[in-house]
Design a protein around this ligand. Structure first.
Ligand SMILES: [Cu+2]
Length: 271
């Protein structure tokens, strides 16, 4: 859970000059216009082309720190939208299924923002925790899964009905595998960093995302919008913040050894 007591330097937007805040929000608004689930996700390669630090940046110091913070949605949260179940009613219709492409907590926290360091060299992805992808109650769980490059990702069918896993990747080979009710577990493997949309072709509302990372500095915001990344090398980094519906923005952070650097990022649905 997010800990406020161990926070030292604050790098919130509220402490930035007003013009910069407006600039960041403008970036957010632009990304909204370019975002949406039908658009291909931005590729990791773009990030590697980004400058790692401005010329005036101090050299990275030794040691590591913690990067944490909170994602929020500006303005009124969207109404929860319940999916109309059109198939396999006995399983999929046994409970309410809601759209998950924009989940906002009661205090404005934005869930499922992928927070990652951009431009860091590949390596250390083995430190990412294991993850399983479940098709349960006709919903992918988790909605956003982070997996290390090259690590087998187990996919479970918990429902006893036909599911399917279909990855809309452009860098990794596409995967399109049926998962009948008797195939409780299968494995997929993704060897290149990529943000990949995943569907089940048997149930059109089923969609999730797999984030394939070649480094360990990535996290997904929780239902209150909080995230935390441990073991971040001290120094100046560019942080990429990506949401499937609200698009992408980035900002610079200065992580100091032995300290927690906190960021607060606002997303907007635009005007
Ligand atoms: Cu399905």
């Amino acid at each position: 859970m997010f800990m406020r007591d161990d926070c030292a330097p604050m790098q919130t937007l509220t402490r930035l000059p007003i013009l910069r805040r407006l600039g960041l929000l403008a970036v957010s608004a632009v990304m909204v216009a370019c975002g949406g689930t039908d658009s291909p996700p931005p590729q990791e390669e773009r990030l590697r082309d980004s400058p790692a630090a401005p010329p005036s940046a101090p050299a990275a110091s030794s040691g590591t720190g913690i990067l944490s913070g909170r994602m929020t949605l500006v303005g009124a949260p969207p109404a929860v939208q319940e999916i109309e179940v059109t198939k396999d009613q006995q399983v999929c219709g046994a409970h309410a299924i809601v759209k998950e492409d924009l989940l906002v907590g009661p205090r404005g926290g934005l869930e499922n923002v992928v927070v990652s360091l951009a431009g860091v060299p590949a390596g250390g992805a083995a430190n990412l925790p294991d993850v399983e992808l479940h098709q349960k109650g006709c919903v992918f769980q988790p909605h956003v899964a982070v997996v290390a490059v090259g690590r087998p990702l187990p996919v479970f069918n918990d429902d006893g009905i036909l599911h399917n896993i279909h990855t809309f990747s452009t860098i990794n080979p596409r995967i399109n595998k049926a998962q009948p009710k008797f195939k409780k577990r299968l494995e997929i493997q993704l060897d290149e960093p990529e943000t990949i949309r995943v569907t089940c072709d048997a149930h059109p509302w089923m969609q999730s995302w797999i984030i394939v990372s070649d480094h360990p500095y990535v996290a997904v915001s929780d239902e209150e919008g909080y995230f935390r990344i441990d073991g971040v090398p001290a120094g100046i980094h560019r942080v990429r913040l990506w949401h499937e519906t609200l698009g992408e923005q980035s900002q610079e952070v200065n992580v100091q050894a032995g300290q927690t650097t906190e960021i607060a990022v606002e997303f907007s649905q635009g005007s």
